[in-house]
Design a binder for this molecule. Structure first.
Ligand code: ADP
Ligand code: MG
Length: 231
């Protein structure tokens, strides 16, 4: 099962319609969070107030991310060593992975590779996909990250492969739709943001998944600036 993904038009449509609305929600939300905080300081219903606070914080995160989605992604590109960036990110995520009995492995064709990317945004993409992979393996497993260079196509490819629960074709089709989530406390914002960041780099994301067997995410980015893809 495959899906080639270019940024969905629906994303910007959702963003335009909802950004104003989201801003209007943000202010009352902030005051309610403050008021609940005050109530908590001297109240026997502390347990319930904590639940209210948690749910309100969740709403705030949703609203904030929603506002971000509506904005065009602005990149601050520098010539960065992608090998080092992946290594750092793997290290950052390692304790979380180990807690979930997930073993992370990084295999690279290169010892260093300098490419024009927005480091913090590409790191965000890696973190989102690593998190999803870990969450897809509730009983643990292997999370393999590979870096390959295709000099002929002038592009590099990062593959994030898990042996987790995988997705049905219908689920794969829905990837990129804001708020699509199958998780109880998921936000469904991670993948839309990743698609957006890949598009801004003139790259793309390809998803391969088989229910019950696992998922491979391929991030394909140009090696140089000014590359234009046909698709
Ligand atoms: P969230 O993680 O908050 O649910 P995402 O946008 O990151 O939101 O992912 C959306 C949905 O895509 C997930 O809820 C899950 O159903 C599916 N998904 C993403 N990554 C994977 C994966 N590696 N394995 C299986 N399903 C996945
Ligand atoms: Mg996620």
């Amino acid at each position: 099962l495959q899906k080639q993904v270019i940024q969905s038009e629906k994303l910007s449509a959702v963003g335009k319609l909802g950004a104003g609305f989201a801003h209007e929600i943000r202010n009352p939300l902030s005051s309610i969070i403050g008021l609940v905080q005050l109530l908590k300081e001297n109240n026997e219903h502390n347990k319930y107030l904590q639940i209210i606070t948690d749910e309100l914080e969740r709403m705030k995160t949703l609203v904030n991310q929603f506002v971000l989605l509506g904005k065009p992604t602005k990149l601050q590109k520098t010539n960065s060593d992608i090998v080092q960036l992946i290594r750092n990110t793997v290290e950052l995520m390692n304790s979380n992975a180990r807690l979930n009995k997930v073993q992370m492995e990084f295999v690279s064709e290169e010892t260093e590779l300098f490419v024009p990317i927005d480091e913090s945004q590409v790191k965000q993409v890696l973190i989102n996909f690593i998190k999803n992979a870990v969450e897809a393996m509730p009983d643990g497993g292997l999370l393999l990250i590979q870096l390959q260079v295709n000099k002929k196509e002038k592009e590099f490819r990062i593959t994030i492969q898990d042996e987790g629960e995988g997705m049905t074709q219908a689920e794969v089709e829905r990837l990129g739709t804001p708020f699509f989530t199958t998780k109880e406390s998921g936000l469904g914002m991670g993948i839309p943001i990743c698609f957006d960041i890949a598009k801004a780099h003139n790259g793309f994301i390809n998803v391969e998944s088989a229910k019950g067997r696992g998922t491979s995410i391929h991030l394909v980015f140009p090696l140089q600036n000014g590359m234009r893809r046909k698709n």
